[in-house]
Design a binder for this molecule. Sequence first.
Ligand code: NBP
Length: 483
Amino acid sequence: MSMSKGTVGLIGLAVMGENLALNLESKGYKVVVYNRTASRTEAFLKGPASGRDIVGASSLDEMARLLPRPRQIILMVKAGRPVDEVIEQLLPLLEPGDILIDGGNSHFEDTERRTKKVEEAGLLYVGTGISGGEEGALKGPSIMPGGSQRAWCVVGGMLKSIAAKAGKDNDEPCCEWIGPGGAGHYVKMVHNGIEYVVMQAISEAYLLMSSLLSMRAGEIQTVFDNWNKGDLDSYLMEIAASVLKKIDPETGRPLVDVISDRAAHKGTGMWTSQSALELGVPAPSIAESVMARYISSLKAERESAAKTLPGPTPAVYGKDGFDDASKPRIIGAIHDALKGTIICAYAQGFAILAKASETYSWQLNMPSIAALWRGGCIIRAAMLADIMEAFDRQPDLPNLLVSPVFRDALEGVQKGWRAIIALAAQGGVPVPCFASSLSYYDSYRAARLGTNLVQAQRDYFGAHTYERVDREGVFHTDWTSEE
Ligand code: NBP
């Protein structure tokens, strides 16, 4: 007797699609799978899917025939043009009420456009962020669906069943309706922007420990493991420690030491920065983390400049006046900079979400977004429970930095954070994300910045006018007149 909860179609059997299909099946759904290249479908059916309630379709037409109405079809194909191509091919095969769910990393504006197009054809469209990588797709990702609101009552149960669970009793699904149009993919995009910062910040901590303190991978791993047991408890901290443990079988050296420092990217951090720039939201840590990857890719230029450009080399622990007590002090300061930077990453991410919500009339629910990032996704971290509570307490919080819990945390870390940036600057160690985040913090807490001079210059060369501190109105000065 079949115990199936329903039947779901899934298109695209690369790593994410395969694992989502297996996840769905394990939760009691029958899955009909299709992949453009048929050999991939065959290999999946003979391999990981064998003996499971998963059937292959040899064409999209066959898939449409095998699915009960309203059809629910998940697309896990490469983001961009392939999604449009698959939609084009599917629309003539489907009927009103059927639901298309794009689970890839689509740009939110594409999702807005596709939602309209699919709705015009009488169907429903869900653009959903799915985070957690390969393992998350299999065991439970964080799911951020948006699009046609009417689809939620049909697909909500299914998406919640395959999502990660979080909370005190580990029974709260990390999946909640985000909002209309491209809201789900937007939230996933900002999630990735935050992810860029956390990864860059952890790499700066690693670089400081290796260059200032001559610490080897194994020793840094122990520090990261300890931090992961405390206030920096998070998935990215955990995997950074795990990476540092791995030995390269060919050379016997830590694998991280033989990996090229050219970092690649797939665009979501850049999209987040572009959106922040367009919306006028300061998010320098996110932009800086994208730039850090760009500069890392200029390997040949950097190698050449390393031979010619002057600058200090870091003082070395054990020589250069470092005493024994300085090592734990420096490690503590690196921890503080990392924590302060991660707080800024979340503060900037949520500030972008707030502005996008207002601009696109999405009515994003911040505590709910923090809640569904607590499990399954790449940025899951103990800190998210505090973020959730901060927004629960004050839903109109202008910025996470001023919530009592983060205010106190920033008070605790700022001394070490400042000290390590000074040390890094003296030693010529680049820490773009640590430094930029501290400037963000200092700018945000400054009642008066130096930008009055910018306004004066704008008025000087372009008659752009300025406001005064002592009375209302808009003013212009003839800056070159003698009077
Ligand atoms: P990829 O992003 O590598 O996409 C490969 C899949 O797209 C294959 O099934 C391929 O079919 C299919 N495809 C392509 Br390419 N062009 C197609 C077309 N014109 N028509 C139909 N199918 C086409 O797979 P992935 O890494 O599993 O990621 C899937 C989605 O999930 C992406 O949007 C990705 O950004 C997102 N995502 C990935 C991760 C991750 O950790 N990898 C995490 C979160 C989200 P073929 O076999 O015939 O070439």
